[in-house]
Design a protein around this ligand. Sequence first.
Ligand SMILES: *Cc1c(COP(=O)(O)O)cnc(C)c1O
Length: 428
Amino acid sequence: MDNTMYTKLGIGREVFDFCSRVLEELEPRFKEIDETAEYNQLKVINAMQKHRVNATCFAATTGYGYDDVGRDNLERVYAEVFSTEAALVRPQITCGTHALAVALSANLRPGDTLLSPVGKPYDTLEEVIGIRQSRCSLKEYGVNYRQVDLNADGSFDFEGIRSAIDDTVKLVTIQRSKGYQTRPTLSVERIGELISFIKSIRSDIICMVDNCYGEFVQKIEPSDMGADMIVGSLIKNPGGGLAPIGGYICGTKECVENCAYRLSAPGLGQEVGANLGLMPAFYQGLFMAPTVVSGALKGAVFAGLCYEKLGFRCIPNGTEDRFDIIQAVELGSRERMIAFCRGIQAAAPVDSYVTPEPWPMPGYDSDVIMAAGAFVQGSSIELSADGPIKEPYAVYFQGGLTWFHAKLGIMMSLQKLFETGEIEIGAM
Ligand SMILES: *Cc1c(COP(=O)(O)O)cnc(C)c1O
């Protein structure tokens, strides 16, 4: 392996050799990841061919956006890829939280109960639901919330879930990714098992999956296993790094139509919403997504094994199966978190000269450090790392539009830790 460019970028011999040894071990894992990416690439191509994607789909529309051929066809392509009856894929959905808020508020009515059978949902949803007091929350509109935590070993509390389901439970929300928690990410198979159980109690309960960070990590999606709605952000996996904004909701015709009325207005629904010239990015991003996700996954696996070998606790560990693209590394000290993030930043194509510093952030009870140098601001399918500066001093690392960039980011993080004397790299 030629290390000329690595040397030029500041990676020393010790880190380079260490990483080369780790990579040899990862060959079989990478082969598996490539096989999944290949399958999903074909799935996307098949959907695009079936729905006869052509140049007219890429035309920009403005204003009301009536008869927007490209937008309507993109929604058919998404529905095909995710095996659902319908899809809503729009730049007017501003982020993942917005998509989830639309899906929930469109399908719940006053007096209904929302149930999370997998513990606490993602932070931003606390305000959407009203777990944390917030204006315009579902709670303010009379929607109740109930939660059943996972068992200590990460398994589902089936009895607890059964007793939480009464006649008022209308919708169940299942978060696939661990997000910023320490519980394991749910595989699609486990989500399927949970959905079957819920449907066996009452088949009319709507099962929604927060699919953020999970798309294209496996060959199947939660909608292949009975989910009535799956929801996510286009500046994560399915936008392939090219979508500059947007969200999607795929699901049953009934659920998706409700979402369209909620997103625009009663009576208008899916018919309005100009595409503003974003169709090329949305189509091409979806086309790229399986490969982009595979690069991010390789980065996560590589980071996991490198840091595990250096004695740090990694979640998931270096050998576990992965069901999302997030890697947590418990670095155990403030100094190491800073060095790690500075390495990620130094490897970026954008803003590489910026030095990340810990900083107080609204909603956090400690300083937070972040590293990101992205083409699309805030995009977390691009290489980024962050974490609160407190016990256990864990950084969350995700993304990378290409495997080689993810690799450089991790090598650079190791280099910064090595240079500041925070790690020792010896012979393995
Ligand atoms: C990112 C994320 C969200 C929220 O998405 P935003 O685009 O940041 O609003 C919700 N749930 C999970 C699991 C996520 O990872």
